[in-house]
Design a protein around this ligand. Structure first.
Ligand SMILES: O=c1ccn([C@@H]2O[C@H](COP(=O)(O)O)[C@@H](O)[C@H]2O)c(=O)[nH]1
Length: 247
């Protein structure tokens, strides 16, 4: 069984290598891995990722949220394989052929392949936002629909908000990975997140991994913030919150 703190990926959203390296060092030991995404990759590219993660660094979640035609997404996943990410993201709304192309590209790396996660509905969106982009269905229904499609299309799991975790765990089974951003301790600001809960609530609902950025990285003391979150999760476990998720 994984420890609760090891389920946390700290999202390091910066354009600067030195800042990213400093944050990665500060949270080392209090989280299970780090997430680098569009902001950092656009500024620093693969060399920047290597500079932060190194040879024996923490597990890497490379969050590029690829969304294009199947050939391009497959090639994008293949091009990232030398970085040996543990997880990579694509958008489920790219459709089944695109998701299959990503899964097949990842499989070409063999045993050390990255797990492919399909983003369902971004945690910054609510029902009104979906309606504005022509998807006049409740977010929860759209997330379930996209997660089932992702599963059928051969990817390893999805990115969803904590609000959908319990329903997706029931619909997609125990082995389908649920990677969950939209995590806010009670003492943190919501920022641009619209669908969020506390870390302990997300784990109790059945999340496998939590993605936490600003509550840690915008803190005056990121190491202390990460340790505080890990302690709150541990307290909830002792208090019988029934932390779930896959081992
Ligand atoms: O639906 C999604 C998908 C990805 N994210 C990413 O997670 C982190 C969250 O950062 P916070 O500072 O904790 O809000 C960020 O890198 C997003 O790109 C997401 O929030 N929602």
């Amino acid at each position: 069984m994984m420890s609760a703190a090891s389920r946390i990926f700290c999202s390091i959203d910066t354009t600067e290598i030195d800042a990213a390296r400093r944050l990665a060092a500060q949270v080392n030991g209090a989280v299970g891995g780090i997430k680098l995404g569009l902001e950092f990759f656009s500024a620093q590219g693969p060399a920047g990722i290597r500079a932060v993660v190194g040879e024996d660094g923490p597990p890497l979640f490379l969050d590029l949220k690829l969304h294009d035609i199947p050939n391009t997404v497959g090639a994008g996943v293949r091009a990232a394989l030398p970085l040996a990410p543990a997880f990579m993201t694509i958008h489920s709304s790219g459709g089944p052929a695109m998701m299959r192309a990503a899964a097949e590209a990842a499989a070409s790396a063999g045993a050390k392949r990255p797990k492919i996660l399909a983003v369902t509905v971004l945690t910054s969106l609510d029902d009104a936002d979906l309606a504005k982009v022509g998807q006049a269905v409740p977010v929860a229904d759209q997330v379930t629909r996209l997660a089932l499609l992702a599963k059928e299309s051969g990817v390893d799991g999805v990115v969803c908000s904590p609000a959908e975790v319990a329903a997706l765990r029931a619909a997609c089974g125990p082995d389908f990975i649920l990677m969950v951003p939209g995590i806010r301790p009670v003492w943190a600001a919501a920022n641009d997140q619209k669908r969020f809960t506390t870390p302990a609530q997300a784990l109790a609902a059945g999340a496998d991994h939590l993605v936490i950025g600003r509550p840690i990285t915008a803190s005056d003391d990121p190491a202390a913030a990460a340790r505080r979150i890990a302690a709150e999760i541990a307290d909830a476990e002792i208090g019988g919150a029934g932390i779930g998720g896959a081992a």
